[in-house]
Design a protein around this ligand. Structure first.
Ligand SMILES: *[C@@H]1O[C@H](CO)[C@@H](O)[C@H](O)[C@H]1NC(C)=O
Ligand SMILES: *[C@@H]1O[C@H](CO)[C@@H](O)[C@H](O)[C@H]1NC(C)=O
Ligand SMILES: *[C@@H]1O[C@H](CO)[C@@H](O)[C@H](O)[C@H]1NC(C)=O
Ligand SMILES: *[C@@H]1O[C@H](CO)[C@@H](O)[C@H](O)[C@H]1NC(C)=O
Ligand SMILES: *[C@@H]1O[C@H](CO)[C@@H](O)[C@H](O)[C@H]1NC(C)=O
Length: 801
């Protein structure tokens, strides 16, 4: 009896285990296949398998057998057919991380997650796409500084994960370039309207990654199944970083001049991961591209994309870029266009350079003169002839979207439209033009500040900021009920306006400013790590373009080899270009050293010598807008000291965040384990980052936090640095030692920064909170050498709790 009872129990137990591993009932499970990214531990691969791929396929097949048999014999036919899917692994990953991507049902995914050695099974994630003049604006001149020192970034290979490339662009001209570096292992592939023979010494790699995006069945017919850029974005970003000199470039005459990339000597390798269908990109494709780029031998990866803010271990971009870092590859990403909301920042991992967008001192003014004589200045890129020189009636018609537009009121009028955050399909200008309107004044959303301009082409149109827009609107609608109108309709003067468009102007506004749309800190994932890291030009940037129309309006049939667009997508490739120049100048520097040099040399004053402003509201910008400041390429060339970080430091950092060994293994391929001990970095705050961010209680007087850092001398062998502190409001800052003496290059010195809350912290943060909606105050620590020739500045940020 005893043994019988035992076997019954055992049977039930086994049965439960099978059901348990599936998490839910087979009969109600959703059997639609979706892409999953599966990461595995190779140290736990059973020795019977000859290769990781055979392990993946075999495990997947057995999971499917298990599910099918649980579903019952009736489905035997389907079972056999289903098993063929064990070959439908769409990617295997080996350089950035270990694992694969496959089309799985929910049930298969949850069952796979419980298999030994399989660390993580995550549904694929979506990412979105987020210059003649800018190199000079950043201070790059052919005769001096970084350009001279680095032969324009010669031979640095930059990989772009984007919408592909328009190979006919003159920005890809390779005249005068040396042979392709021997270490390059990548290639160009053939595909729809893309012959690999178009590659040259400038465009040295071109591939595309479509398995996840394409399997969702949403690729449009007009899309090229090839590296060809149907959209324009990828061509724009690549030319911004590494475009060749192109004389007489402009957008229909706007921003005319010689177009050139920040590092015109760098090589371009294109990894197309974003598809025009709806401007989307999938994580599994992105990870495959990073994997390939590492194997190909790129030096830098530029990613003008962002998804959502998810924990590092669930973010394919964070996992993949850690793999890139392990191979010494520098990764530069867009900060996101979700500003000015606090915490809207994307791409938050400390091993990524996260780039915010700033304005340049070039703009495209247009003026509206109202019937009452008042004049407002906005911006316009209208590419048609002339403007509206004589007063025309002015009406305000809401959002001007196709669905709600009151067409009968537009005929012959200048129409005021409100910018919507969800404008799709036809542009408002097209709607207004179709209804007989003669001009358009677009009132921008408040969050954009002055930072975006119109791209009108069907009728003279200009953008004004929210405040001017409100004034213009008041004038337009006040007329309706004016006393003159009520007393005498005949003498009533209807609201009216003229529009004049001035073209390209320089230096009329302070610049740079932090763009209103640029995503802001604090870092929503890792409190102790400052994000964004740095700001670079990202507003109204001229870059090479595809044959796509320059606007997204379906009626737009203009063609232009150059387009002017804005976004942190445009800021990222500027920073990528400077990183390429630094890589050429200092081939022995780590990715973290390059990043430190960029950050500690950044500017916090604008070109007029005053604090950089926030274009959202015109107040002084903070480190949550521009990070360490505006990128300054020539200063970054000789930073004096760097805050270096190696792979082990990042491992200590991840362990300090509380990562388990399994979570760590997603990043490190199992070479290291948190459980074997690690250097405690105080929740990550003591990672050797070139910035200091602490949380402090605003009600506890005298609370003290101590941070530790190490700097490495990359300047003159014998040098002495003194600490110069600007304490954030509400705190005292002490640096020990306050003097760092170096006697050779490469020498390291450590120091501590002690931050103590002072009495007035509560009052201070109340004031700051009221003004910025943010409970943070900002200061800095600058190491200054004896000759004041090196100033190594790090922001200090206190988040008051
Ligand atoms: C299964 O999942 C897909 C994709 O998530 C969804 O579109 C579909 O409606 C789901 N089907 C059922 C029966 O829940
Ligand atoms: C690509 O171009 C080369 C040289 O111009 C030509 O020989 C080859 O046939 C082309 N390949 C395709 C697929 O068109
Ligand atoms: C520059 O381009 C414009 C427009 O494309 C053209 O009219 C002009 O002749 C060009 N100038 C030079 C110097 O090439
Ligand atoms: C741009 O065009 C304007 C008007 O044609 C001209 O005056 C100006 O010199 C040009 N600027 C450059 C940089 O070529
Ligand atoms: C004008 O008067 C109408 C009717 O009294 C009212 O609905 C409308 O809001 C008024 N407009 C303004 C701008 O005051």
């Amino acid at each position: 009896m005893a043994s019988l009872a035992g076997s019954v129990f055992c049977f039930i137990f086994v049965d439960l285990l099978v059901m348990g591993s599936m998490a839910y009932d087979v009969s109600t499970a959703n059997d639609t296949r979706k892409t999953y990214i599966v990461l595995a531990s190779h140290s736990r691969m059973p020795t019977i398998f000859s290769s990781p791929t055979s392990w993946y396929m075999s495990t997947l097949a057995s999971v499917r057998r298990e599910i099918s048999s649980a579903a019952g014999a009736d489905d035997a036919q389907i079972v056999t057919k289903d098993q063929q899917h064990s070959t439908d692994i769409i990617y295997t990953y080996q350089h950035s991380c270990r694992g694969f991507a496959a089309r799985l049902t929910d049930l298969e995914a949850s069952s796979l997650a419980s298999q030994p050695g399989f660390l993580s099974v995550m549904p694929d994630k979506r990412y979105e796409l987020q210059t003649t003049y800018t190199p000079e604006f950043m201070g790059l001149m052919p005769s001096a500084g970084l350009w001279k020192k680095t032969s324009l970034g010669a031979d640095v290979i930059v990989g772009f994960l984007d919408t592909g490339i328009w190979p006919e662009s003159s920005s890809l001209d390779d005249t005068g370039m040396g042979p392709v570096p021997k270490r390059w292992k990548g290639r160009c592939v053939d595909g729809g309207d893309f012959n690999s023979s178009v590659c040259n010494k400038k465009l040295i790699g071109a591939r595309y990654f479509l398995s996840s995006f394409g399997s969702a069945g949403s690729l449009s017919a007009s899309e090229y199944r090839s590296p060809r850029d149907v959209q324009g974005h990828g061509t724009h970003t690549a030319s911004t970083t590494a475009g060749a000199h192109v004389a007489n470039a402009s957008f229909f005459g706007y921003a005319n001049g010689t177009a050139k990339g920040v590092a015109p000597g760098a090589r371009i390798a294109v990894y197309k991961v974003c598809w025009a269908s709806f401007g989307g990109c999938m994580g599994a494709d992105l990870l495959a591209a990073i994997d390939e780029a590492i194997a190909d031998g790129v030096d830098i990866i530029s990613i003008s994309l962002g998804g959502s803010s998810v924990p590092l271990q669930e973010d394919p971009l964070a996992v993949g870029s850690f793999g890139a870092l392990r191979s010494g590859v520098f990764v530069s990403c867009a900060a996101g266009n979700g500003g000015p909301s606090p915490g809207s920042i994307l791409n938050n991992a400390p091993w990524i350079l996260t780039v915010a967008a700033s304005t340049v001192d070039r703009n495209f003014p247009a003026t509206v003169k109202l019937g009452n004589g008042e004049v407002y200045v906005g911006q316009s890129l209208y590419t048609g002839d002339g403007a509206i020189p004589v007063q025309k009636p002015l009406v305000s018609l809401g959002f001007c979207d196709e669905a709600s537009f009151r067409t009968e009121n537009a005929e012959g009028n200048i129409v005021i439209c409100q910018q919507s955050s969800e404008q799709e399909g036809r542009s408002t200008a097209a709607v207004v033009a179709a209804a007989g309107g003669v001009g358009e004044i677009m009132v921008q959303q408040k969050r954009l500040g002055h930072s975006i301009i119109s791209s009108g082409f069907l009728l003279p149109s200009m953008n004004v900021d929210a405040m001017d827009g409100a004034a213009i609107q008041d004038y337009a609608s006040a007329g309706e009920n004016s006393s003159e109108r009520r007393t005498s309709e005949s003498s009533y003067r209807r609201p009216s306006a003229t529009i004049s468009i001035q073209g390209t102007r320089f230096g009329r506004q302070r610049a740079p400013k932090v763009a209103g749309f640029s995503s802001r800190g604090p870092n929503p994932l890792v409190r102790g790590i400052l994000k964004p890291d740095i700001a670079a030009p990202g507003v109204t940037i001229l870059g090479a373009w595809s044959s796509a129309p320059p606007s997204s309006d379906p009626l737009d049939n203009r063609k232009t080899p150059f387009n002017i667009i804005s976004g942190t997508s445009m800021a990222c490739p500027h920073a990528t270009g400077v990183a390429a120049l630094l890589r050429a100048a200092h081939p022995d520097w780590s990715a973290a050293a390059i990043k430190s040099a960029l950050m500690t040399s950044a500017d916090i004053l604008d070109h007029s010598g005053k604090p950089i402003l926030d274009d959202y509201d015109g107040t002084p910008a903070t480190s949550y807008g521009y990070g360490a400041g505006q990128i300054n390429p020539n200063a970054a060339l000789c930073p004096g000291l760097v805050y270096d970080i190696d792979v082990q430091d990042y491992v200590d950092f991840l362990c300090s965040l509380g990562f388990t060994d399994e979570e760590l293994e997603l990043f490190t391929k199992g070479e290291r384990q948190c459980s074997r001990g690690y250097k405690k970095l105080d929740g990550g705050r003591n990672l050797n980052y070139p910035a200091f961010v602490v949380d402090m209680s605003r009600s506890t007087k005298g609370e003290t936090t101590t941070l530790a850092r190490v700097v490495t001398n990359v300047g003159p062998a014998s040098s002495l640095y003194l600490a110069e502190v600007e304490a954030p409001k509400g705190a005292m800052v002490r640096v020990t030692p306050s003097e760092l003496r170096f006697s050779e290059e490469g020498m390291k010195r450590s120091f501590e920064v002690k931050i103590s809350a002072t009495m007035e912290s509560y009052a201070v943060t109340r004031e700051v909170e009221a003004r910025l909606g943010l409970r943070s105050t900002f200061g800095s620590l600058t190491w200054v050498d004896a000759h004041n020739s090196h100033r190594v500045r790090s922001p200090i940020v206190i988040n008051w709790q």
